[in-house]
Design a binder for this molecule. Structure first.
Ligand code: TXA
Ligand code: MG
Length: 352
């Protein structure tokens, strides 16, 4: 299969290019497109066969359902059993945006799209290209992140191309995404709202609107969660795993810097090629083979934006070990740390 690359203007996409992509979706094909978080791989959510091809293209386990994307609020109703007051409030305040809500699903949705579950994850993206594609397709679009399963989510069309060239029909290229980590997933399908995956919408923002919102233990887990505690299929699958072994160092900045230095030196002595994920404030302290800054420690949004592309970059350098600095768990830091802990396979070193 030849993958068509369509460059589009991100703020004002060319209608003929969106039309071309929409026709592919309508015909049951697969189109990667930008959202404000990461690139998604889209298929017609109401076409079970198309969604099955989507799982195959990504090598995604069949029990892990994608998020269904819509372009306007009324489109949510046919897909769900009902919309609670809490859901209404979050929708009104935060859609379109980097927030996915889990509802009880209606019978309209094919089983493949929800991986046989009674619930469905829905989101209304803010990116103009995503919105136009959904509108022109005239149907909801199922879209997991457009990476091969197990790779970091793609934040550029180039990342999508590296993973999926020859496996999908087209890629809409509108440059790098803005937020850089995936949407926050909140389960509203029962009476106790629970945040399943931290992402582009900070927990603090959600908690103000829904005070009884709880963090699932997995969100801040520092070790593998036992299977019986899992409440989102995504939690049991390996994620964000670079080829290199990742070690995450957490603690006060001074202690982290000295630990990272010590680890870098000792791995170098063992003839291992070391990559370091540092921050603007600490980068000059290190002498690893590949040292990259994720951004300033005082700007966690920048760190989130850079995280996946720098993980890919450092991994492509062929290092054996990646030593990463931890960041504070506030704002987008919660999502960053959740991804880093998973990438590290929970190989975490705590310092003081
Ligand atoms: O920002 C994003 O959310 C991106 C862009 C493309 O929109 N999409 C994305 O999709 O990250 P994906 O499929 O890679 O992640 C969806 C997550 C998975 O962890 C999945 O297990 C969870 O949402 N999920 C999907 N349906 C669910 C459901 N019914 N109940 C609980 N979790 C669900
Ligand atoms: Mg994903």
């Amino acid at each position: 299969m030849k993958t068509l690359m369509l460059k589009v203007n991100s703020g004002d996409p060319e209608p003929e290019k969106i039309q071309k992509a929409a026709e592919i979706i309508q015909a049951g094909g697969l189109v990667a497109f930008p959202t404000e978080t990461v690139y998604g791989l889209g298929a017609d959510a109401l076409n079970g066969g198309a969604v099955l091809r989507l799982f195959e293209a990504k090598n995604r386990p069949l029990d892990n359902p994608p998020i269904v994307h819509i372009a306007s609020v009324p489109e949510v109703y046919p897909l769900v059993k009902g919309v609670s007051k809490k859901a209404e409030l979050l929708i009104e305040q935060l859609w379109p945006g980097p927030l996915t809500l889990v509802f009880q699903r209606s019978k309209e949705v094919p089983k493949t799209t929800v991986a046989g579950l009674d619930t469905i994850a829905i989101r209304m993206p803010k990116h103009k290209v995503a919105q136009e594609l959904i509108k022109k397709s005239h149907r909801p679009i199922a879209a997991p992140s457009a990476n091969l399963s197990g790779k970091p989510s793609p934040t550029t069309a180039q990342h999508v191309y590296e993973d999926l060239n020859g496996r999908i029909d087209a890629i809409l290229d509108a440059g790098a995404t803005n937020i850089g980590v995936e949407s926050t997933v909140v389960d509203l399908s029962s009476d106790s709202p629970i945040l399943l995956r931290p992402g582009g919408t900070p927990f603090e923002v959600l908690k103000k609107l829904v005070p009884d919102l709880q963090l699932h233990p997995f969100v801040q887990a520092e070790q593998e969660i036992p299977l019986e505690k899992i409440s989102s299929p995504g939690m049991k699958h390996k994620h964000y795993a670079p080829k290199a072994q990742v070690i995450l160092v957490e603690g006060s900045v001074e202690a982290v810097v000295s630990k990272v230095k010590q680890l870098t030196e000792s791995y170098t002595l063992q003839c291992q090629r070391v990559g370091v994920l540092a921050t603007d404030e600490t980068k000059s302290a290190y002498k690893g083979d590949v040292v990259r800054s994720l951004g300033s420690r005082f700007n966690l949004s920048t760190i989130a934006r850079n995280l996946f592309s720098i993980l890919r970059e450092v991994d492509a350098e062929g290092v054996d070990v990646i030593v990463a600095e931890g960041v504070p768990l506030e704002g987008l830091g919660l999502a960053v740390m959740n991804r880093l802990r998973k990438a590290a396979g929970y190989h975490i070193i705590k310092t003081r």
